[in-house]
Write a protein that binds this ligand. Structure first.
Ligand code: ATR
Length: 278
């Protein structure tokens, strides 16, 4: 009997920019798996119907991206702990016929640092720039790794305060004017804002106050070397770019759908970098 190809997908609106098909397509070919990973443009009002027809369409699961992550959180039958805490779902799969939702962004963030700056989780103080959905995943990851003093800095202070209220202690909210003072004892600086992204203004930060052993990471990956990371490198600080978070967050989904835990290799990184430079 011919093997039935396993189907997975990424749904978003728009979805043309998503690099997930490139990543999962690479792993499918690498492991010789008879499967597909499709790009599906789904308008917000069509999401419930799209999710309802997944099993009948032969899908084993997929990814959910902007603007569907919060809606998917509401629509699944079961959520993992990360999705529950973050309030957004980016990975879907079936278990006992039920549609389940998980969030792998916090995992991807931590795995990227594990690979790029081993020992980063040793504690200390973390300063997180931004208070949007990405910051929520980052703060959750930091708490999981034992950070007990996380300073959230945001242009709109009320959003930083709202983020603080979502967690049970260990976080504090600050405006940008506090940054020079906060940096003096920061062990890990994370940018989760869009500052530094192609076409966006830079994060105008003076990193001189950071301790010499501080690590600086950015979740922006286009460009790969953001002005923030370039400034940190000029100061001789350890830096970790954001591309690895995108690659690592894809690992748990692929494993669930196709039964093989894929690796984030230099080759995969090169393929995605080449695509970003197109
Ligand atoms: P995401 O879900 O990707 O985190 P978001 O919810 O739109 O996206 O959040 C974007 C973050 O970048 C916010 O922290 C935002 O600050 P505000 O909450 O004050 O809007 C931050 N950001 C975007 N542009 C910025 C700018 N020019 N200066 C400072 N912060 C900026």
């Amino acid at each position: 009997m011919a093997e039935v190809p396993l189907r997975a997908f990424v749904c978003g609106h728009p979805v043309a920019h998503s690099r997930s098909p490139l990543i999962h397509g690479h792993w499918l070919a690498e492991h010789g798996i008879a499967g597909s990973y499709e790009r599906r443009d789904v308008a917000p009002d069509a999401l419930p119907a799209f999710l309802r027809q997944l099993a009948a369409g032969g899908y084993v699961g997929g990814n959910v991206t902007i603007p569907h992550k919060e809606a998917a959180h509401r629509l699944v039958a079961w959520r993992d702990e990360a999705a529950e805490i973050i309030g957004a779902v980016n990975t879907l799969w079936f278990e006992d016929g039920r549609l389940c939702g998980g969030n792998t962004d916090a995992y991807g963030f931590a795995a990227n640092l594990d690979a790029g700056a081993p020992g980063w989780g040793a504690g200390g103080i973390a300063t997180v720039l931004g208070a949007g959905g990405a910051a929520l995943a980052v703060v959750h990851a930091l708490q999981e790794r034992g950070f007990t003093d996380i300073r959230i800095v945001n242009r709109t202070l009320s959003r930083a305060e709202a983020l603080v209220h979502r967690f049970r202690g260990g976080t504090s909210a600050h405006g940008w004017e506090a940054v020079p003072e906060l940096l003096a004892d920061t062990a890990l600086l994370v940018n989760t804002t869009s500052l530094g992204m192609h076409g966006a203004p830079e994060a105008a930060l003076d990193l001189d106050a950071l301790p010499q052993k501080a690590i600086v990471t950015d979740i922006v990956y286009a460009p790969l070397r953001t002005p923030l990371l370039a400034a940190a490198a000029r100061r001789g600080l350890a830096t970790v770019d954001g591309l690895g978070m995108l690659l690592h967050q894809a690992v748990p989904g692929f494993e669930r759908w196709f039964g093989v835990r894929p690796e984030v290799t230099d080759r995969l990184r090169e393929i995605v970098v080449a695509d970003l430079e197109k």
